[in-house]
Every structure is written in structure tokens, then in C-alpha cells.
Design a protein around this ligand. Structure first.
Ligand code: AP5
Length: 214
């Protein structure tokens, strides 16, 4: 099964993707996580990603598509994947469709999470992450006072792009460049519109019901 987790920054895509990996047995493919790993490596490509990510702008399609193609070719994605933060533009959606078609696959579901902008700002500015990508929230799922991730032992920090100003820029990029993807998938009848507010468990339940997996 190939599932796109779609929604604005802070909609809960990463949180839900990690749960769905366990429930569905297919990997999470997060272009944001891949870019942060590349950035942390200090490579020239990572520095290029950083120019865009720090300002809340989208990374150009040609750089993203190379990264995505390499990831989808990994053996663990042979039976499907949960796409988190990808595709972000209509050309990226077209590239995803074409790559899946070559593998005899297609996008089965676009899970579109909706969350109000003021809730998004609260979620993003309160988010804390560890260096391996485990996610916390100062109010909803507080990190331990030690500042060390209980799952992997790495340091818990605030993402560089998790300021109020940057999240508003990221949300504008979502509205102008990413939201039109829904019109691209609308004729295929694969979009499941999900209310992204409520507890994490409630939202997981709504998603699994939409995927026919509850
Ligand atoms: P990316 O890493 O993809 O970030 P994003 O899409 O902005 O999404 P976020 O990771 O901010 O939020 P999320 O929806 O995963 O929410 P989360 O579950 O963490 O992209 C970052 C940047 O990389 C982009 O701006 C761009 O520059 C670049 N990029 C990446 N992919 C690209 C692409 N394909 N093309 C071009 N550029 C690309 O939850 C947020 C917080 O809320 C957490 O603290 C969480 O604990 C909390 N939370 C979650 N669910 C709930 C709930 N139900 N109730 C209360 N709190 C909740």
C-alpha cells in the first residue's frame, strides 16, 4: 500500500507516520528527515538544503527528486511506503506517480489532515525533537527533564525552523505550492479528508478507518 500523509506543517504527519509504520508494516519516507540527516552530515548538499529549510521555503524539486528516488529503491519500500512531507509540489506528485507506475504501483490513499493555523503555531513552537527524530511537545508529550531521549539516548533540541515566523512562512508555502496537489489526486478518488485535531490516538483511529485497517 502506498499512502501519502498530507497536510500543513505541524498537522501531525510525522507523529502519525511513525505509528502507521508499526500498524501497516511499511516504512516512513520523510524527505524532511532525509534532508535534516544530510544537513547534519555537513555535506555540500546538506548546506544547500539548509539555505531553503532555515527560511521555511521549499527545496527545489530537482534536489528533492534525486533524494526520493534513492529512498524508494531501498528493499524495505518494495511493498509500499508512507510518504510524509512528500510530494510537496504538483511536479513532485507527477514524479511519484511515474515512479510508482514503473513498479506496477500507484498512490492508494492521500490522507489529508486538517488543522487550524493557530493550533499549528502552538504545535510547532512547542515541538522538541531528538537527533534521531523522536518527537515531543512541551505541553502534549513533554520531553524528560534530562533533555535526553528515552528511546535512543540522543539529545533533545528545538528544530531550527520551528519559530513562529518560520512556521507562518512554511504554512504559506504549503498553501501556495502544496495544497494544489489535492486537485491533482481528486479525480482518482483516493483522498481521505481527516480532522487532525484531537488526541494522537483518536487521529490514528480515524486514519486506520479511512484505510480500511481498523
Ligand atoms: P518537514 O520536515 O516535512 O516538515 P513539515 O511538513 O513542515 O512538517 P512538520 O515536520 O513540521 O510537522 P508534522 O506534520 O510532521 O507534525 P508532527 O507530527 O511533528 O519539512 C521541513 C522543511 O524541509 C520544509 O519546510 C522544506 O524546506 C523542506 N522539505 C521537506 N520535504 C520537502 C519536499 N518534498 N520538497 C521541498 N522541500 C521539502 O507534530 C508537530 C508537533 O505537534 C509535535 O510536537 C507533536 O508532538 C505535536 N502533535 C502531533 N499530533 C498532535 C495532536 N494530535 N495533538 C497535539 N499535539 C500534537
Amino acid at each position: 500500500m502506498d499512502v501519502i500523509l498530507f497536510g500543513p506543517p505541524g498537522a501531525g504527519k510525522g507523529t502519525q507516520a511513525k505509528i502507521l509504520v508499526e500498524k501497516l508494516g511499511i516504512p516512513q519516507v520523510s524527505t524532511g528527515d532525509m534532508m535534516r540527516a544530510e544537513r547534519a552530515s555537513g555535506s555540500a548538499l546538506g548546506k544547500k538544503f539548509d539555505e531553503y529549510m532555515s527560511n521555511g521555503a521549499l527545496v527545489p524539486d530537482e534536489l528533492v527528486l534525486e533524494l526520493f528516488a534513492q529512498r524508494l529503491a531501498q528493499p524495505d519500500a518494495a511493498e509500499g511506503a508512507i510518504f510524509d512531507g512528500f510530494p510537496r509540489t504538483v511536479p513532485q506528485a507527477e514524479a511519484l506517480d511515474a515512479t510508482l507506475a514503473k513498479l506496477g504501483r500507484k498512490v492508494d490513499h492521500v490522507v489529508a489532515l486538517s488543522v487550524d493555523i493557530e493550533d499549528i503555531v502552538g504545535r510547532i513552537t512547542g515541538r522538541r525533537v531528538c537527533l534521531s527524530g523522536h518527537t515531543f511537545h512541551v505541553r502534549y508529550s513533554p520531553p524528560p527533564p534530562s533533555g535526553v531521549c528515552p528511546e535512543c539516548g540522543s539529545e533533545i533540541v528545538q528544530r531550527k525552523d520551528d519559530t513562529e515566523e518560520t512556521v507562518r512562512t512554511r504554512n504559506s508555502a504549503y498553501e501556495s505550492q502544496t495544497f494544489p496537489i489535492l486537485a491533482h489526486y481528486e479525480p482518482l478518488g483516493v483522498i481521505d479528508k481527516i480532522d487532525g485535531t484531537g488526541t494522537v490516538e483518536e487521529i490514528t483511529g480515524r486514519i486506520l478507518a479511512a484505510l480500511g485497517k481498523s
